[in-house]
Design a protein around this ligand. Structure first.
Ligand code: GLU
Length: 443
């Protein structure tokens, strides 16, 4: 059996970090099992779905490196939904109901007032053909409900373990509105059947949907997929955070976060495994397992993400980042600078130190020393380790040591009082430029 998962966003907005995590988990599970990962665009709500969001979702997945093996759109499948609908209506599994939202609301309040669960009482099932004809003649159009079989519904959730619902305590779900438009529940099941989805991986806000959807699979004579409902994300404060809802790929890109960092973090938070700066997708895939997930909410902490990001940046090969580096910066420079970066964009800053114009603030006390430095720089062997050669020679010549020795050199050579290891920087600055900078600073 080939594992097939699907990520099923509604294109009514851009993806936020919670959606990204769901997409990643679907992708990881499919890849782990050599299976297929599908993108399903849930655009049955044509008033709220927008093409620009479909494009944004595709672009975000591409940036994250989560390439779908295929894409399906619900809006292209209305005919199929119609056919299943007709069949389920003919079998009495779907039935028309005529209550207005106001009537339903009132009934709910009455039940709650009596201390009863606000479950739909199936009033519509009691209507005769004549009642229905009268309502229709009155201009009422029905919405459609799925008739639950009053039994217990059980499944073994890959994350939550054994689940049990009593269908008798649940309202028959509305699957289609009076205007003919679809609610999410039934089309999703039809797609999952047709696309042979083996694992439905989504957030725990869908757990009660799963209960009714299991009966829908049954009504279609299909074997339901396995389910994995992930605990929700919370912010670093441990509370459900509104901010997470607005944090998407655009936000992370702007913050200099690499897709690998986001993947490494989101694959592991909420699990018993440590968050590790794993660049290699296969390494991440190989260790991914729903059995490792707990039921407690997963804490998403941007500071932790920044930390993982830095450790990822330190590993990125030149080829991977070359297009984002300033012109002229080569592999040697990238490797030298990389350990000092938290974000790839900072490389430009360091490249400016190496190859650009600098304006060091030199104090007069250091000028004579820098004259000496310029002379020594011309005399040392540059082929091996010029920084140690230069500082050893200057220690001898000037009697300076420690900060008094190193700081004026760093300032004169880079224009800054801190930064990457000078032993790494100096060969990149090179002999000619170093002598020029030391001489300029000495004057
Ligand atoms: N469009 C649904 C959502 O975004 C899909 C849920 C599912 O994965 O079945 O919540």
């Amino acid at each position: 059996m080939t594992v097939v998962t699907r990520f099923a966003p509604s294109p009514t907005g851009t993806l936020h970090v919670g959606n990204i995590r769901t997409a990643l988990h679907n992708w990881l599970w499919a890849k782990r099992h050599g299976g297929r990962f599908l993108l399903r665009i849930d655009d049955t709500d044509q008033a709220r779905s927008e093409e620009r969001f479909v494009e944004a979702i595709r672009a975000d997945l591409a940036w994250l490196g989560l390439r779908p093996d295929a894409e399906v759109r619900q809006s292209a499948r209305f005919e199929r939904y119609e056919a299943v609908f007709a069949d389920l209506v003919a079998r009495g599994t779907l039935y028309p109901a005529y209550e207005t939202p106001e009537e339903l609301d009132l009934r709910r309040k009455v039940l709650l007032g009596r201390g009863l669960p606000p479950v739909y009482e199936r009033t519509a099932l009691a209507l005769s053909d004549a009642d229905r004809a009268a309502l229709e003649a009155d201009g009422r159009r029905p919405h459609w409900r799925f008739r639950l079989e009053h039994a217990s519904i059980v499944w073994d959730d890959l994350i939550r373990g054994p689940q049990r619902f009593d269908a008798a305590t649940m309202s028959d779900p509305v699957v289609r509105r009076a205007d003919g438009s679809w609610l999410y529940l039934l089309p999703s099941v039809i797609d999952d059947v047709d696309l042979r989805i083996t694992h439905v991986v989504r957030g725990e806000d869908h757990v009660s949907n799963t209960a009714v959807q299991l009966q829908m699979f049954e009504s279609m004579g299909a074997t339901p997929p396995a389910f994995a409902h992930g605990a929700l994300l919370t912010g670093s404060e441990g509370k459900l955070s509104k901010r997470l809802g607005s944090m998407g790929v655009a936000h992370f890109r702007e913050a200099g976060i690499e897709p690998e960092a986001l993947r490494a973090l989101l694959a592991r938070i909420g699990t018993s495994q440590p968050v590790e700066p794993i660049v290699d997708a296969d390494a991440l895939t190989g260790t991914f397992d729903f059995a490792q997930f707990g039921r407690a909410p997963a804490r998403f902490d941007e500071t932790e993400l920044a930390g993982v990001n830095a450790r990822i940046v330190h590993q990125l090969p030149f080829d991977h980042v070359a297009q984002r580096l300033p012109a002229g910066m080569d592999a040697a420079a990238w490797e030298a600078i990389r350990p000092n970066l938290e974000r790839v964009a900072e490389a430009a800053d360091w490249w400016a130190v190496i190859a650009g114009e600098i304006a060091p603030a030199i104090t007069d006390d250091d000028r004579a020393f820098l004259v000496q430095a310029a002379e020594r720089a011309a005399a040392i062997d540059w082929s091996a380790d010029p920084w140690h050669a230069l500082t050893d020679a200057l220690k001898q010549a000037s009697g300076r040591k420690g900060r008094a020795l190193f700081l004026p050199l760093r300032l004169a050579l880079t224009g800054r009082d801190h930064g990457p290891d000078m032993a790494v920087l100096l060969p990149l600055i090179g002999r000619a430029r170093a002598i020029e900078r030391l001489s300029a600073a000495a004057n």
